[in-house]
Design a protein around this ligand. Structure first.
Ligand code: ADP
Ligand code: MG
Length: 346
């Protein structure tokens, strides 16, 4: 187990262009499952590859276990990495695929069997060792790739969107399996994804990246409940947080907090008239989209997420509300969070 640190790490691929990664300062905790979350192109892979030693930082330092590793090769960093497009050797058995890194590193042959079986048992694939990759399901191949990555007992485990090739159902079970696996091996893990649900479900903490900048680092609860800026506020959560432009601020509230007035027990709530324009029934919830009418937010769009909703009719206006404590405020220029303020609502 080891702690990974980045100090002012920057990557500029072409001089004069914007950095793919800009001045990133991070520190994992020992044994932590840290998630890099951001849209495509936000610098997740580049940052991970610099930690792995596959990409050279333009500036800054990478430390593993307290030691600067900028000049160390990937192998010397004792890091294992699994990519989105992990490739198994099709002509080799599962056993030989998993043993491959041991062979490459000239680990004594008599140790291979024990290590391969250890890795295979962690992933529950001992019964597949004699098969060829083509005889495996997508999920099983994924597990072989993970077993191959951990067989060398890395000090840090780096995963770059390893589940994105799996279909939705398999992804959910693979996610659970990865979590269980992490609990068992306890190795510091950095996991890259663009999927906010995956990040929320798996991360001890989440690093939200946008255009190569870290926007926020925090536990899933913190980044969801207390987003540092409007980007984080809308990137996490589906549907995203309602953001309503006001005078000098943007007012934010989550769809699940925008509800029929009588359903909110708080004495300090903000009443809002809501004209429903669309109703989506999603089985366990309803998504209502519409427009605020009257008062200072007349004409602004808003979305409500409710566990009930059959009574709402398209085109009708209802008395909705948000509890005041649920409101977020962001600066209109910087889009960063500002302290709550009193607003005259009507
Ligand atoms: P993500 O993994 O979040 O999708 P990447 O780290 O792959 O993002 O890419 C971040 C930015 O860096 C993108 O604008 C991408 O086009 C650019 N980039 C990535 N790799 C290279 C490269 N080898 N050469 C030039 N630009 C690159
Ligand atoms: Mg990527």
């Amino acid at each position: 187990m080891a702690v990974v640190q980045t100090k002012n790490v920057t990557k500029v691929f072409k001089q004069g262009e914007l950095g793919a990664v800009n001045n990133v300062n991070l520190e994992t905790r020992e044994g932590e499952f840290l998630v890099f979350l951001g849209p495509s192109g936000s610098g997740k892979t580049t940052l991970l590859r610099m930690i792995a030693g596959l990409e050279t930082p333009t500036a800054g330092e990478i430390l593993i276990g307290g030691r600067v590793v900028n000049d160390l090769s990937p192998r010397e960093r004792r890091i294992a990495m699994v990519f989105q497009s992990y490739a198994l050797y099709p002509h080799l058995s599962v056993y030989k695929n998993i043993a491959f890194p041991l062979k490459a590193q000239k680990v004594k042959k008599e140790l291979h069997k024990g290590k391969v079986e250890w890795a295979a048992s962690l992933l529950g694939i001992n019964h597949l060792l004699q098969r060829k990759p083509r005889e495996l399901s997508g999920g099983e191949r994924q597990r072989v790739a993970l077993a191959r990555a951990i067989v060398r007992e890395p000090s840090v485990f780096l995963l770059d969107e390893p589940l994105s090739n799996l279909d939705a159902k398999l992804r959910a079970s693979a996610r659970e399996e990865l979590e269980r696996f992490h609990r068992r091996i306890g190795t510091t893990t950095i996991y890259v994804t663009h999927d906010q649900i995956e990040a929320m479900a798996m991360g001890d903490r989440i690093v939200v990246l946008h255009k190569g900048y870290v926007r926020q680092v925090g536990t899933p609860t913190v980044v969801y409940d207390d987003p540092a800026d409007t980007f984080v506020a809308t990137f996490l959560g589906s549907p995203p947080m309602n953001l309503i432009e006001d005078t000098d601020v943007i007012v934010g509230f989550r769809p699940e907090h925008f509800r029929p007035g009588e359903a909110i027990a708080d004495s300090t709530k903000v009443p809002l008239k809501f004209r429903v324009e669309n109703v989506e029934y999603l089985g366990s919830e309803w998504i209502l989209s519409g427009v605020l009418t009257g008062g200072r937010f007349d004409g602004k769009k808003a979305v409500s997420r409710l566990l009930f909703g059959h009574e709402f009719e398209i085109g009708k206006t209802y008395d909705f509300a948000v509890a005041e404590r649920r409101l977020k405020f962001f600066d209109r220029t910087s889009e960063k969070k500002v302290e709550a303020r009193a607003l005259a609502w009507q």
